[in-house]
Design a protein around this ligand. Structure first.
Ligand code: ADP
Ligand code: MG
Length: 699
């Protein structure tokens, strides 16, 4: 073996002269005690890389040599570097191991694994050398600890053979310790696979540096410990990593390498006049129709520009989209497709598959009782898209956290030993089913889905997908689905039986596959999105601003005297974000009029689905989000007054027919009045002491 303390001393003094002096300075002032060695840049070329190879194969011995070697080096301050630690980072990509590929061969080797931090425990001191005092003679006995949970005690006093001791915390040697759980990237998983995780032990200055949701490379030594049942050890082992260093990855789309050839294709696509149609046709092509939804998702993929204003205000660029609708209209299917094509996307359901649910939670660790902070879907989707199916079924803790997550894009957790603000800079694509099974287009959505108005108003776009029989549409849908199945069947046949009448050429004939093949290859689309987000930061043109203002004012102007406000500033911000995304999709540095027109169209269509008061035919955001329009609120007030008056005149309550007659006198038609009565009863405003009579529930 080449490695020895002497060799390491030579290595440090040749390559790390400045760092040694800096470290000595820090040690002098009680600062950092770690020397960081760039593996790829320095160690892999020193002595033909032999020292590096030895480190990877025999980390325990070699790390000790390096530590000793470091203590032998000299520096200008003449400070001893004894006790300092050598940490290695930037291992060659070939030394990276996927968490799911960790095997016996990796045990006791130095490896690098990459992933997302899912859980962190609080940082707590751990005893490494425990000092005990004998209760009889007072003799001090020291016991070196291993990494078991239980503290190791002395067997007996070397002097008086007594077996009772008390721990002396002050005399014991401790080190800060933290355990984290790192999980594979969600985007690297094939559909349906469960992400694999690994525990990483961190000590001293590595502790307290990472948060759930961070993307990291962990460099360290793989350890194996027998599993236990009670106090019995099993043959099966659990593995973890003793962390030597942690690299927190900053860059957003670093996982995409865009070659010159890719760039050429991307720029060519951007020139295409039909680029919007093409992108739309690349999103869930096997799903028929839903073009508005697909365009919204396309804009969501590209996103608006996140801004930090000079006064410190942060404005999100991420676009939130909600799909509400009847069962079986392909909501879940659309979400799953987006999961396949969107970088950094996380798919979950409202009920959540982990204890952390949608956001984050602090729990007690089952292993050592430490408080543990665990990231949920929105934190794991930081800088990506969170796909939340059946969002209406989410837990109550998540409901309140979601307000903050959607607007401030953070998740705050304050509980026991944990106090953290996690980043959740993600776009949200949610799907919700109506409370009563099917969507009733004559009632506002707020009444029909289990989401609060404040939450609903945070979505930039909401679409209602109803499933109403329509002969010609149904026929086309049926043809589309059958066609997709037919092509799928032929493919399966080809795959499974060698001798079939369809040749591959026959199948790949454009005519057959064009219908269900995405217009843009998913791989290229992902790169296109990454390229746009990395390089395009569009700015509003004068004309775009004028057009946005116009549209906003035209909607606002419908608010007369004290009537319901049809559109709020939230919708204005949504408009800007969507227009920026449209410009980005064209790779344009300027938001032009065409972008604004495009998003006005889609916003109008979204609002028409959810916010048209069926009574007046006008767009009314209050109607959408609170379920009661201005006109309706006014009428409810009138009816309440009528009932109140009648109640005092009739002993059994206000008779329905009398209410109707009085209402007609105030200009409320009979049908309308009866419908409102039913509704008020449903909402608990009034009740029937007996059939055909009403009383006010609250006066
Ligand atoms: P939801 O989540 O809205 O209840 P799903 O996504 O589970 O519905 O869809 C049910 C099935 O119907 C899926 O297999 C889906 O592919 C099919 N389907 C529904 N609508 C369409 C459509 N417009 N085009 C193609 N397939 C559809
Ligand atoms: Mg579904």
């Amino acid at each position: 073996m080449l490695s020895s303390p002497q060799i390491w001393k030579e290595f440090f003094e040749t390559y790390y002269r400045d760092e040694l002096n800096r470290l000595a300075g820090a040690v002098e002032f009680d600062g950092d005690r770690s020397l960081y060695v760039d593996f790829l840049r320095d160690l892999s070329i020193y002595r033909e890389g032999r020292l590096g190879e030895e480190l990877l194969a025999n980390p325990d011995r070699v790390l000790n040599h390096a530590k000793e070697g470091l203590s032998l080096t000299e520096n200008i301050y003449d400070v001893s570097l004894d006790g300092c630690v050598v940490r290695f980072f930037n291992l060659p990509a070939s030394k990276r191991v996927l968490i799911r590929d960790l095997r016996s061969e990796h045990i006791s080797r130095f490896v690098a694994v990459e992933g997302i931090v899912r859980k962190v425990t609080e940082v707590r001191p751990r005893v490494i050398v425990a000092a005990f005092s004998c209760t009889k003679c007072g003799k001090l006995v020291e016991v070196a600890q291993d990494d078991e949970v239980v503290l190791k005690q002395p067997y007996e006093c070397p002097i008086c053979k007594n077996r009772k001791f008390v721990l002396l915390p002050e005399e014991s040697k401790t080190v800060d310790s933290q355990r984290i759980k790192v999980q594979e990237y969600p985007e690297n998983l094939r559909g349906g696979e469960q992400p694999q995780q690994i525990d990483v032990m961190l000590e001293s200055d590595l502790t307290g540096k990472v948060n759930p949701g961070d993307r990291v490379v962990i460099n360290g030594v793989v350890r194996a410990k027998p599993r236990k049942v009670g106090s019995r050890q099993l043959q099966h082992m659990d593995i973890h990593i003793d962390g030597n260093s942690v690299e927190v990855l900053q860059q957003e789309y670093e996982e995409f390498e865009i070659t010159d050839e890719d760039k050429k294709k991307i720029l060519e696509l951007a020139e295409d006049k039909r680029i919007f149609e093409k992108v739309v046709a690349s999103i869930a092509p096997s799903i028929y129709g839903h073009e508005d939804v697909k365009l919204a998702i396309a804009l969501q993929l590209f996103g608006g520009v996140p801004k930090k204003l000079p006064d410190g205000t942060e404005i999100r660029g991420d676009i939130h989209v909600l799909l509400v609708g009847d069962p079986g209209v392909a909501k879940s299917q659309i979400l799953r497709y987006v999961h396949r094509i969107a970088p950094r996307s996380v798919y979950t359901t409202g009920k959540g598959t982990t204890t952390a649910g949608l956001t984050a939670t602090a729990t007690r660790d089952e292993f050592d009782g430490r408080w543990t902070l665990e990231a949920g879907a929105l934190v794991l989707a930081d800088k990506g898209i969170a796909l939340v199916d059946e969002i209406d079924k989410m837990r109550n803790e998540d409901r309140s956290a979601l307000h903050e997550a959607m607007e401030q894009q953070t998740v705050s957790v304050a509980k026991a030993g944990i106090n953290a603000v996690l980043r959740a800079r993600c776009a949200l694509l949610g799907a919700a089913n109506p409370k009563y099974g099917r969507f009733d287009r004559y009632s506002p959505i707020a009444d029909q889905i289990n989401l609060s108005p404040t939450l609903l108003s945070r979505f930039d776009l909401i679409f209602v997908l109803t499933d109403e029989p329509d002969e010609s549409k149904d026929r086309k849908l049926a043809e589309h689905i059958l066609r997709a199945h037919e092509i799928g069947e032929k493919f399966e046949k080809l795959r499974n039986i060698a001798l079939v009448e369809y040749t591959k050429e026959e199948l790949t004939k454009e005519s057959e596959l064009a219908e269900i093949l995405p217009a843009i290859d998913p791989e290229l689309l992902r790169k296109y999105v990454a390229y746009a987000k990395r390089t395009v930061f569009p700015v509003l043109s004068e004309e775009a601003k004028r057009r946005i203002t116009e549209f906003y004012l035209s909607l606002r102007s419908r608010a007369k005297d004290n009537s319901a406000v049809p559109v709020t500033a939230r919708q204005l911000e949504a408009l800007v974000r969507l227009a920026e995304a449209s410009a980005r999709l064209r790779l344009s540095d300027v938001v032009e009029r065409e972008d604004v027109d495009r998003v006005i169209e889609i916003i109008r269509r979204s609002l028409e689905q959810i916010a048209v008061d069926p009574e007046t035919g006008e767009i009314d955001i209050d109607y959408a989000f609170t379920g009661t329009s201005k006109s309706q609120r006014d009428r409810i007030m009138i009816l309440k007054r009528i009932i109140e008056d009648l109640e005092s005149a009739y002993e059994k309550g206000a008779p329905e027919e009398e209410i109707i007659r009085a209402a007609e006198g105030e200009g409320i038609g009979e049908t309308k009045a009866r419908e409102l009565l039913r509704k008020m009863k449903e909402m608990g405003d009034i009740y029937s002491p007996r059939d055909g009579y009403y009383r006010l529930a609250v006066k």
